[in-house]
Design a protein around this ligand. Structure first.
Ligand code: GTP
Ligand code: SPV
Ligand code: MN
Length: 580
């Protein structure tokens, strides 16, 4: 049987379950994208943005209850509950097949089922992987066109008949009551019903590239991470590549394409959300971006905070849940202009001050990565780019300093595992609640997080000179709630310190939590910041840290004996350093 026959048989099974009126195979062509857009303009799924400043740009308004990822409805369905671990929702595969199968059964009656073969990763890369998803949403198909490589290119990268992840997606009735995002890593299968929202519905992204991907990565000895990839070019023209994990809506897109406020430094973008990282033959870690587009947060994106993003979303972009001006331009809070008279909000209502935000706080843009002015020449290199440093960043008003460096690999893995963060609008639920989010993977690790820590520790033993590991926090605040650090383009100053540490050129103070720069270890030329504010951003407060370790101990306890000794030891050592 040929490779495609096997895919066809799987698609037939999906059709047997969902009973579509029609089946359409997608080829990923421009003509196909245009047909989908025309059809969606016809049925109101997309609205045109009439402004000539935004050619080929469209607005999609989602169902008002379908605006973000729903972690409480996201499941890992493994035979053994322990393999999903205590931080994931778990459902037995048979139960899932019954409950979710019931919702998918006949879900596409009289609708079109689109078959979308997609490639995650650059063509020609041994690190790239194939998925085949079926969906009854034209918006999902068009978004997959922008975010992945769709069509024959996918099927031609299958290494064997069963070398693909299957995904079944249906909008269902969009009710959160009948919504599930289920992963069957043992069957290489994803079932998603009841949501059209990005991370729930574009199955190549979080479901495949992170949850199933992390499972495969552990089996095959690589890493699938919620990380941006960037190259920092220094004044000598040397480019140093870094990968940075940060929780949802916490600065990856911004950092990956920042325009440096430091003369002579330049950031090159390889990816903004996901990194697949392999140990190369030369013992060096090499990373690819499995995606080919950006699904980025719109609010607070402006010519001042992220000029590259503003430039890239001015054509061929699908906006979701933004507001729209009377002249047909997208608008959101923090875009840099006052809300114009006659603004229409994200739900299509006339906006008035006092009505809440005009754009949904998790409004997004979907755009081809190739349109980013800072896209790295190496971004589709089949060999990936060499990674010299890892950054773990989160959103914390207190405790974590602007930047610190781990003492060594194991200490860095401990540091990542200990990360806490304030929740954001990228997930439904309460915003601003501090929770543990190890390596920004809490919602995305497809297996037991304790085993994930062990996997990270093991990777460190396989590379002769493991990358340095850093922790950043752009979000520390003063007593009145103002950010201490200006962030955005000034984060280049922190990147410079990180890269200088890697190349042995920058100084730091040794503290109980790692190496932390003193004010004069950072390049501050041209920065207008009060010395005491910078001091506060860099400070390590013993009492705050000791308090945070209690909570961390609680978090670790749920893993029982599966928690690696080196992680427990990291906690014990930090406590000792803080109290002596
Ligand atoms: P996902 O796509 O959800 O994974 O998010 P992301 O990590 O790519 O987040 P993104 O870069 O889009 O950041 C979203 C939010 O963080 C926006 O509100 C930004 O304005 C804010 N943000 C990003 N960088 C900084 C910074 O350096 N300082 C401050 N204060 N806010 C920042
Ligand atoms: C995130 O929430 O981390 C995102 C957006 O990158 S989504 O793809 O919707 O998950
Ligand atoms: Mn993300």
């Amino acid at each position: 049987m040929s490779l495609t026959n096997f895919v066809e048989r799987w698609v037939d099974e999906a059709a047997g379950l969902t009973e579509p009126g029609r089946v359409t195979w997608c080829d990923g062509s421009k003509a196909e994208y245009e047909r989908l857009v025309d059809q969606m303009l016809g049925d109101g799924t997309l609205l045109p943005l009439e402004s000539p400043a935004y050619p080929n740009c469209y607005l999609h308004r989602s169902h008002p209850s379908d605006v973000a990822r729903t972690e409480q409805l996201t499941y890992i369905c493994t035979r053994s509950r322990l393999d999903a671990g205590p931080t994931n929702n778990w459902m037995a595969p048979d139960d899932a097949r019954r409950r979710i199968g019931g919702l998918l059964h006949g879900a596409m009656r009289s609708r079109t089922m689109y078959v979308v073969p997609y490639l995650m990763g650059p063509p020609g890369s041994a690190m790239s992987r194939v998925g085949v998803m079926v969906t009854d949403s034209a918006y999902v198909v068009a978004s997959m066109h922008l975010m992945t490589r769709v069509g024959g290119v996918a099927l031609s990268h299958m290494r064997s008949a069963e070398d693909f992840i299957g995904g079944v997606h249906s909008l269902g009735d969009l009710s959160p009551e009948r919504r599930f995002i289920a992963h069957f890593p043992e069957q290489r299968l994803i079932w998603s019903v009841g949501s059209g929202y990005g991370g729930n519905a574009l199955l190549g992204k979080k479901c495949h590239a992170l949850r199933i991907g992390s499972w495969q990565a552990r089996e095959e000895g690589w890493l699938a991470e919620h990380m941006l990839i960037l190259g920092l070019e220094d004044p000598e023209g040397r480019v140093t590549y870094l990968a940075a994990a940060m929780p949802s809506a916490s600065g990856k897109t911004n950092l990956s394409m920042l325009v440096s406020k430091l003369p002579g430094y330049r950031v090159w973008t390889v990816g903004d959300d996901i990194a697949w990282i392999h140990v190369g033959d030369d013992g060096q870690l090499r990373a690819i971006n499995p995606e080919r587009g950006f699904f980025g947060v719109a609010p607070q994106t402006s010519p001042a905070t992220n000029p590259n993003a503003m430039a890239m979303v001015s054509a061929n972009t699908i906006f979701t849940n933004v507001a729209v001006t009377p002249s047909g331009e997208p608008w959101w809070e923090g875009i840099g202009t006052e809300p114009p008279a006659g603004l229409t909000d994200w739900q299509g209502r006339p906006w008035a001050s006092g009505n809440g935000p005009a754009a949904h706080p998790n409004a997004r843009f979907t755009v081809p990565a190739s349109q980013c002015p800072s896209i790295a020449p190496s971004w589709e290199d089949p060999q990936g780019v060499p990674i010299s440093g890892f950054i773990f960043g989160s959103r914390l008003a207190r405790v974590a300093p602007l930047v610190s460096e781990a003492f060594d690999w194991n200490h860095g893995v401990f540091m990542g595992s200990a990360m806490g963060t304030e929740t954001t609008a990228a997930i439904t639920g309460k915003v601003g609640v501090v929770r543990r989010d190890p390596m920004a993977m809490l919602p995305f690790c497809g297996y037991n997080m304790a085993d994930y820590f062990a996997h990270w520790l093991r990777i460190g033993t396989r590379v002769p000179r493991p990358p340095r590991i850093f922790r950043v926090n752009w979000f520390r605040r003063d007593g009145s709630g103002r950010f201490l650090w200006p962030g955005y383009g000034d984060n280049a100053r922190v990147l410079k310190w990180i890269v200088d540490r890697i190349h042995g050129k920058a100084d730091a103070a040794e503290t109980p939590i790692g190496y932390v720069p003193r004010s004069n270890d950072l390049e501050l030329d041209g920065l207008d910041i009060a010395p005491e504010r910078l001091q506060a951003a860099l400070s390590v407060e013993r009492d705050e840290w000791i308090e945070s370790l209690h909570d961390l101990g609680e978090f670790y306890r749920q893993f029982g004996s599966r928690l690696p000794a080196a992680i427990q030891e990291g906690l014990a050592q930090t406590a000792r350093r803080l109290t002596t």
